[in-house]
Write a protein that binds this ligand. Structure first.
Ligand SMILES: O=C(O)CCC(=O)C(=O)O
Ligand SMILES: [Fe+2]
Length: 320
């Protein structure tokens, strides 16, 4: 897939790419045993605890928990002394089709954006939308993950068994993944908009901004995920940062005004992009048809989907 194809046809659609991850050094090299050889004593974050990898792997191999503790570490690259990029020394990279990540303009002020994820079978993530209206990719290096996803907009209900507060600030999925599957899976699969699939070893899944998703590891898995801001979703991210400051997350304490800082940095590197996006935001605020709708109405997503994603067609619609 080219960057242009992604931007014009796929930016709002989940998909799986089967090739790019197979080139990554971490795909060739990583297994639980290989990681243990090098990082046995390195602590990684697993929910509320920091455990040396050897402790976590022992737990992972021996637990019988219904909802196993999940290793989810945002500082793995620093801890493991590895880097992302296209140099020979780099261990992984973002596939080119995803294009520019506009949060990169924030430099070291960007919010948390990448995680190492390790867990046994039955572990996973309950329904949520990704932070700050960002998009994401999730690359499976070992194991396999089952995904079930739903688009969101203010005119669509949340997935079956999922509840959101009136201001949308809280997504509550009160059940474990197993309980949700027993109680709601059949209903969810029969609900319009439901998408599901298995992302296997060496594959990478695109999570468009605003999509609800639940993820279940079918086998013990090792994955890397990264969140990003594609050009075609910039207005949604700006709107989120501006209008939902209490829900903004992942920024360091000293970034007091994420929206202001992002606008300032974007303006320095991409003045034209910023101007167009702010004009569009302004138009959306006034409830007129705007450029965002113009830009996106030709995408396959809008043509083929019966859903509205709320791109600037009135102030009753809001971008997730
Ligand atoms: O459990 C997983 O691999 C999914 C992770 C995820 O959805 C996230 O990091 O936002
Ligand atoms: Fe997610």
């Amino acid at each position: 897939m080219s960057a242009k194809e992604f931007a014009t046809k796929w930016v709002d659609k989940p998909f799986i790419l089967t090739e790019p991850v197979k080139e990554w050094p971490v795909y060739r090299q990583w297994s639980t045993d290989a990681l243990l050889e090098r990082y046995a004593d390195t602590p990684f974050r697993a929910e509320a605890v920091d455990w040396p990898l050897k402790t976590y792997v022992e737990y992972m191999r021996n637990n019988r928990d219904e909802s196993p503790l999940y290793l989810f570490d945002r500082s793995f690259a620093e801890k493991m002394d590895i880097t992302s990029g296209k140099e020979d020394s780099d261990s992984w990279w973002t596939p080119e089709c995803f294009g520019e990540d506009l949060f990169a303009v924030l430099g070291d002020q960007r919010p948390d954006s990448r995680w190492l994820i390790v867990g046994p079978e039955r572990s996973g993530s309950t329904f949520h939308k990704d932070p700050n209206a960002t998009s994401a990719w999730n690359a499976v290096l070992r194991g396999a993950k089952y995904w079930i996803m739903f688009p969101s907009s203010s005119s669509l209900p949340p997935p079956p068994g999922v509840f959101i507060s009136a201001d949308q600030s809280e997504v509550t999925a009160p059940l474990s993944i197993a309980e949700w599957l027993i109680g709601f899976h059949a209903e969810a699969r029969a609900t319009a908009g439901c998408l599901e699939g298995i992302c296997g070893e060496g594959e990478i899944l695109h999570v468009p901004s605003g999509y609800y998703h639940l993820v279940l590891n079918l086998e013990a898995s090792i994955a890397i995920t990264q969140n990003f801001v594609p050009r075609r979703r910039l207005v949604a991210i700006l709107q989120f940062l501006r209008d939902k400051p209490d829900q903004v997350s992942g920024f360091k304490q000293d970034v007091k005004d994420p929206y202001g800082v992002f606008v300032e940095k974007l303006g320095m590197q991409y003045p034209e992009v910023l101007r167009e996006s702010l004009e569009e935001l302004d138009r959306m605020g006034k409830g007129k048809k705007g450029m965002w709708e113009e830009l996106t109405k030709s995408t396959a997503n809008i043509e083929e989907s019966e859903f509205s994603f709320g791109f600037g067609n009135g102030d009753d619609e809001e971008i997730p």
